[in-house]
Write a protein that binds this ligand. Sequence first.
Ligand SMILES: [Zn+2]
Length: 84
Amino acid sequence: MDTCCTLGICAERNAIFNMITNGEQEIDKVLVVLDDGTNGAPCGACRELMVQIMPDSYKDIEIMVDYAAGRIVRLGDITPEWWI
Ligand SMILES: [Zn+2]
């Protein structure tokens, strides 16, 4: 499974910070678009941020890992034993 790793800040974290700046607190769904236009899962830093801002419900966040196939996983499935 591809991820969205970079040395800077990912688009996902940028979107989350923008969400918080605009008064929102909860994430329902995530769609990661990779450089080649396919989808993947958020990197570990982005997963960590989602866990930290939604410690009681992060496991329910839906991540569409393959838009073409309609494949969705939950953050709790790919981040099962996170430390918080
Ligand atoms: Zn990331």
